[in-house]
Unconditional design. Structure first.
Length: 249
């Protein structure tokens, strides 16, 4: 992965407001194909707002977002998803009455990015990534555990063959043990995220275990962007306590 390579996902000076309240200010980040960037920050830092704005679910006040060089900011959420930017939202959101298999079929067909004749092969691929949900293929997804629902939600996004994938706090609401299971899966990076530009939002440092780089948000502003190995405990404390920081470690 070369620093000179054109980024798959480029976010330039993104600002998002709720009415008069600015939630995210001048957020810039580039993510290469195959790279995982952790987006860290405390409750209310602006992680979900950023991801929802990238997906077109919130209007952008200022800034520009491109995917493989094509502008996606200002487009509708369905157009952005079809272009290949997919989000796994906080709280999972599977279609509860449908079985695991039906959820995957629906996601594959709805995306239009997975050709119908390859759907079964893609579903087998997702089941091989997540054996836990393969065993539950005929169970209504509303009856799955939180961890299984998270795996299904990720499977639904992967089946649509994302170019860029936004994961919003996949550990939220999961026990430490289940969080570890999910992160063990993510640890198999090439199988899960091979070639995909990934932003992984989390409140905790667990995201650093699989990230190449990290971007730390505090009160809607980026306070650090750098290698995951470079982020220091003191910077995290500053960001999480809301203390001003110049981003040095
Ligand atoms: P969490 O980890 O709790 O999900 P977050 O980092 O994702 O937090 P956001 O949910 O993006 O943070 O919130 C950023 C800011 O925007 C916060 O100050 C929050 O109170 C505010 N905010 C979020 N949603 C709304 C909304 N619908 N209307 C008004 N303000 C909002």
């Amino acid at each position: 992965m070369s620093a000179n390579q054109n980024p798959t996902l480029m976010i330039d000076q993104l600002s998002v407001s709720y009415g008069h309240v600015k939630a995210v200010s001048q957020f810039s980040l580039s993510v290469q194909a195959g790279e995982v960037v952790a987006l860290l920050g405390p409750n209310g830092a602006g992680k979900t707002t950023t991801l929802r704005a990238l997906s077109g679910l919130l209007p952008i006040q200022q800034g520009r977002v491109t995917l493989n060089g094509v502008q996606i900011s200002g487009r509708r959420p369905d157009q952005i998803a079809r272009a290949g930017l997919l989000q796994v939202p906080e709280g999972r959101q599977v279609v509860a009455p449908l079985t695991v298999l039906e959820n995957l079929q629906l996601a594959g067909l709805a995306s239009r990015r997975c050709p119908a004749h390859e759907l079964n092969k893609e579903i087998d691929r997702i089941f091989s990534l997540f054996p836990n949900i393969a065993r539950r293929r005929d169970v209504a997804s509303g009856l799955l555990s939180g961890g299984e629902q998270q795996m299904l939600a990720i499977g639904r996004a992967l089946i649509a063959r994302p170019v860029a994938l936004l994961l919003d706090e996949p550990s939220m609401g999961l026990s430490p043990l289940l969080t570890e299971v999910i992160y063990e899966f993510f640890g198999r990076r090439a199988e899960f995220f091979g070639g995909v530009a990934v932003i992984l939002a989390e409140q905790s440092r667990i995201a650093l275990t699989v990230a190449d780089r990290v971007c730390v948000l505090s009160k809607g502003r980026v306070v650090f962007t750098g290698l995951a190995s470079e982020v220091s405990q003191s910077l995290m404390v500053h960001a999480y306590l809301g203390v001003e920081s110049n981003g040095t470690t």
